[in-house]
Design a protein around this ligand. Structure first.
Ligand code: G3P
Ligand code: MG
Length: 244
């Protein structure tokens, strides 16, 4: 089995995370998919951003939830990374779906609702995916167990992943009970027994964030379903020459 290479926030080592240049690069590098983070503006527009505040990745300040889409859209989301990307803007989920629609890429949309539990985020994202007919190649993931439970009614038509960085003895059955049909784990949790349990349960297991060859080696050797990486070019090259 070939482990899929998912560009984490796009090819985020080389371009500002969660922006079009980072996604374009990942596509050009031939990544298998793209992972991105979604939150809601004050006026309930889903946008792509990792942090709850715009401070780190834009020239603005404040919480996403306190800013309208219009206020967000004028921010510069590129200069913090490099002057080459000045003028890059935050994308709405719809802009991203328009872009990815006819490209052969998997989508992993991470609902960033573990610190702020945005009301209706699950259904807003789901409806957008339906509109763009992208359900069959999308996984929704979240660190928030209650959100996984809310996604449960949708998990017949879509991938729903429980995301975790916390050690837990019965992790696979816990995730299943919540309603997840996939498991996304931090690298430190990865071990053979866990992967085998996932495989027995037919539950894809994907690992973040894998940027170095020794950790890639472990993921590929264990036949993980996918890795999330900031350097899809390096991961693809390594995987394509990897011998079990
Ligand atoms: O979805 C995998 C990974 O992105 C989860 O952590 O903080 O990078 O969003 P984070
Ligand atoms: Mg993420």
């Amino acid at each position: 089995m070939n482990t899929n290479i998912i560009a984490h926030r796009g090819a985020s080592k080389y371009a500002p995370e969660n922006t079009l240049p980072a996604f374009e690069l990942a596509y050009q590098m031939k990544a298998n998919g793209i992972e991105t983070d979604v939150q809601l503006t004050k006026d309930n527009i889903p946008i792509l951003i990792h942090d709850e505040k715009v401070n780190r990745t834009t020239n603005g300040t404040g919480y996403v939830k306190d800013l309208t889409y219009r206020e967000i859209k004028v921010l510069d989301a590129g200069s913090w990374f490099s002057s080459d990307f000045t003028g890059t803007t935050i994308l709405s989920l719809e802009e991203f779906l328009e872009w990815i629609r006819f490209k052969p890429l998997y989508l992993n949309i991470e609902l960033k609702n573990n610190k702020i539990d945005y009301k209706h985020l699950e259904s807003i994202v789901y409806e957008n995916l339906m509109k763009y007919q992208l359900l069959d190649r999308t996984t929704l993931s979240t660190f928030n167990p209650s959100s996984v439970e809310r996604l449960k009614p949708m998990n017949q038509s879509i991938g729903v992943a429980f995301l975790t960085s916390k050690k837990k003895s019965n992790l696979v059955s816990h995730a299943k009970k919540l309603g997840a049909n996939a498991l996304h784990i931090k690298y430190k949790l990865l071990n053979k027994a866990l992967v085998e349990k996932c495989q027995q349960q037919k539950m894809p297991v994907r690992v973040y964030t894998i940027n170095k060859e020794p950790s890639m080696k472990k993921c590929f050797s264990l036949n993980c379903d996918a890795i999330f990486t900031d350097v899809p070019d390096i991961a693809l090259n390594y995987r394509n020459n990897f011998k079990h």
